[in-house]
Structures are given as structure tokens and as C-alpha cells.
Design a protein around this ligand. Structure first.
Ligand code: NAD
Ligand code: UFG
Length: 335
């Protein structure tokens, strides 16, 4: 298939581009480079051993999207493009609704114009809000706690309405848990602009001495060791999940929300310990107050992904920690 990846030079998009290419799909990356670099395209080409099309543009530009869908004879779209910083979304909510929701409307309009009605959408476990029971199943009520999460839920609902209005639409909303790690080559990975918000990029920056210590937010949660527990998933497993979703959509119409997680939670201290052990390095940390908005614990029930997509996560926490540091070392060398 010819597949358009909006946000394709970003962290998850670039890893998915590799997997889809290796699966035999022809990928076209579409990105405005607001949170990624064009050099990622050459790195993807280096790994897959062939060229990869790239269009610089904004998903809010419906005309450019329409022309791109036509030029590359696109059959399906994986829609990653969006803003994703939870804290920033509370400061600038309208940016989040504009970029994420309006961007998705623009994409849907362009797809309708071209008669393309297959989409895999990057959603998030954040749509569930504070868990009422664990593990989180897809039927769990949705109640996101911030504008970022609400923008994701709005898009999910919009896509659901669309699929109900026209039986030709085939949509999978993948609800990611906590993606971490990088491709084995260390050539692509997560490169946040400015200060990272997420745990793993902060750990790698501390490990290479870019930061003096990690702050562990909260050690008094009702969890095994008092620190927050999350379902960390290797980004390559997540990428495999997109290939599986596209296969599923060849045979299935309608709208589907599907968790992509491992089903296992790890505490912050467990992640730090695993990182130190497999990489043989120090990660100095100190306990700090709880971060506002954090929940103590959540992890996925990945059963639906197993059943519908024939997918399950294969890689463990050790792989996530090794590959994350390998990528960080490459970033260090390049800078
Ligand atoms: P990322 O920022 O690395 O990638 C997003 C890409 O989209 C970037 O390359 C950025 O330049 C591009 N982009 C943003 N707005 C755009 C626009 N208007 N037009 C064109 N391109 C645009 O983020 P990521 O971690 O790869 O996340 C990809 C998707 O997955 C996002 O939608 C995010 O909300 C979702 N998600 C991420 C996580 C996570 O922890 N990384 C968790 C759950 C869901
Ligand atoms: N943490 C620290 N110190 C830090 C950063 C994080 O102790 O400096 C802790 C957090 O308190 C939490 C855990 O590490 O217990 C994971 O935090 P992250 O910020 O890495 O991830 P979150 O679970 O808070 O949120 C992430 C994404 C969201 C997404 C959500 C679900 O940032 O966008 O996963 O997919 F919605």
C-alpha cells in the first residue's frame, strides 16, 4: 500500500516508517518540522536502504494535503501529526484544539476529496483520565484531565461519527500507553526540543551528564515502592502495532479504539534501576513532590489488540533502556 504518515519525521512516526517500509509499504512522510528535523528522512533511508518521500507541510493546509494524497496515490493514512505536551496544552489550549482537532478535520476533508477512507489515528491512554479500574480496557469511561487529552478524545469521537455516517470509512484509534526506547541502530529516537517532560529522555540526559539529577515526582503513592507506575512500551513494538492495524483494516470497516501497551506496569524506581543495570551507568536522583495531574498507576489490558490485530508487545524494559541510551549517545556525538 501507499501510506501517508502525517507527523512522519517525529518520534513515533519515524519508527513506524521503518516498520511499514520493511513490511513492503511505500511510505510518504508529511510534516511541518515543528517538532522534528528533516535529517530524520536520510536516517530512515539509511536504515531501510531505499528512498523515502517527504513533503514539508502543515496538516491544516487542506489543499497541500489533497495534492499530496493525489501525487503519491495514497491508499491509507497514519495520522501522528499533533502537539503533545500536557502542561503546555493547559497554557495554550486553543493551539492544541487548532493543531490537533482542526488539523484532523483538514486531513479528513482532504481524504474525502480523494476518496481515501482508511486511517490509523495516534490516540493516547490519556483519554481514560484517572483509572477507575485496572488494567485499563477500551470500555473504561473516558474523562481526560487536560486540553491535550480532550483534543485526542474529540478527534476519536469525530472519527467515530464519520465512520457511522459512511460505511466506507475504516478507522483504528490506537491508544498508546508510554512509548520509550529507539530503533536498535540508535539512528532515530526521541529528541525533545527544550526540557523534556517525559521520564525516559530525562533519564538518558542525566545518564550522559547533560543534567545533574533526575527528580522523582512522588514517593508516597499507593504503589509497591511509592513511585508512579506506568505501562512503558518499546517504540518498535508500538510501530509494529501500526502495521498490524493497517492489515486489520484491509478486512474490517467501522471505527475501533484499541490499546497499545504491554499489560505490565513499572515504577519510576524500577525503570531507573533497570537503566543503571543494563547500561552500567549512574542515574543520580532525588525525591520531589508529586507532579500535579499525575495518577499513581495505570497499565493497559492489551487483549483487544491481541484479538483484533494479532499483536502483542515483544520487547522488555531492558531493551527500552539500552536503545534509549544508544540514541542519546548518538545525539551527544552529533552536537
Ligand atoms: P513528535 O512531536 O515527535 O511527532 C509529531 C510530529 O508531528 C512532529 O514531527 C511535528 O513536527 C509534527 N507536527 C505537529 N503539528 C503538525 C502539523 N500541524 N502539521 C504537520 N506536522 C505537524 O511526537 P510523537 O511522540 O511521535 O507523537 C506522535 C503522536 O502520538 C502525537 O499525535 C501524540 O499526541 C501521540 N502520542 C504520543 C505519546 C508519547 O508519549 N510520545 C503518547 C500518546 C500519544
Ligand atoms: N516522572 C518523574 N520525574 C520526571 C518525569 C516523570 O518522576 O522528571 C514520573 C511521572 O511522575 C510518572 C512517570 O515518571 O510517574 C511517567 O511520566 P511521563 O511524563 O514519562 O509520562 P506520563 O504517564 O505522565 O504521560 C505520558 C505522556 C502523555 C500521554 C500518557 C499516556 O506524556 O502525553 O503518557 O500515553 F498521554
Amino acid at each position: 500500500m501507499n501510506v501517508l504518515l502525517t507527523g512522519g519525521t517525529g518520534y513515533i512516526g519515524s519508527h513506524t516508517a521503518l516498520v511499514l517500509s520493511q513490511f513492503g509499504h511505500q511510505v510518504t512522510l508529511f510534516d511541518n518540522l515543528s517538532n522534528s528535523k528533516k535529517s530524520v528522512v536520510a536516517r530512515i533511508e539509511n536504515i531501510i536502504g531505499r528512498s523515502c518521500s517527504f513533503v514539508e507541510g502543515d496538516v491544516c493546509d487542506t489543499a497541500l494535503l489533497t495534492a499530496t494524497l493525489a501525487e503519491y496515490s495514497i491508499d491509507a493514512v497514519v495520522h501522528f501529526a499533533g502537539l503533545k505536551a500536557v502542561g503546555e496544552s493547559s497554557e495554550n489550549p486553543i493551539d492544541y484544539y487548532f493543531n490537533n482537532v482542526q488539523g484532523s478535520i483538514s486531513l479528513i476533508k482532504a481524504m474525502e476529496t480523494q476518496g481515501i477512507r482508511t486511517m490509523v489515528f495516534s490516540s493516547s491512554a490519556t483519554v481514560y483520565g484517572s483509572p477507575q479500574q485496572l488494567p485499563l480496557k477500551e470500555e473504561h469511561p473516558t474523562d481526560p484531565a487536560n486540553p491535550y487529552g480532550r483534543s485526542k478524545l474529540h478527534i476519536e469521537e469525530m472519527l467515530n461519527d464519520l465512520a457511522q455516517s459512511n460505511q466506507d470509512w475504516r478507522v483504528v484509534c490506537l491508544r498508546y500507553f508510554n512509548p520509550v526506547g529507539a530503533h536498535d541502530s540508535g539512528l532515530i529516537g526521541e529528541q525533545p526540543q527544550g526540557t523534556p517532560n517525559n521520564l525516559m529522555p530525562l533519564i538518558t540526559q542525566v545518564a550522559v551528564g547533560q543534567r545533574s539529577e533526575l527528580r522523582v515526582f512522588g514517593n508516597d503513592y499507593p504503589t509497591g515502592d511509592g513511585t508512579g507506575v506506568r505501562d512503558y512500551i518499546h517504540v518498535m513494538d508500538l510501530a509494529d502495532g501500526h502495521a498490524a492495524a493497517l492489515e486489520f483494516l484491509k478486512e474490517s470497516s467501522g471505527w475501533h479504539a484499541i490499546n497499545l501497551g504491554t499489560g505490565f506496569g513499572h515504577s519510576v524506581l524500577e525503570v531507573i534501576q533497570a537503566f543503571k543495570t543494563v547500561n552500567g551507568c549512574e542515574v543520580p536522583y532525588r525525591f520531589a513532590p508529586r507532579r500535579i495531574g499525575d495518577v499513581p498507576e495505570y497499565y493497559a489490558d492489551p487483549g483487544k489488540a491481541g484479538k483484533l490485530l494479532n499483536w502483542s508487545a515483544k520487547r522488555g524494559l531492558d531493551d527500552m533502556c539500552i536503545s534509549a541510551l544508544k540514541y542519546q549517545n548518538l545525539v551527544e556525538k552529533a552536537s
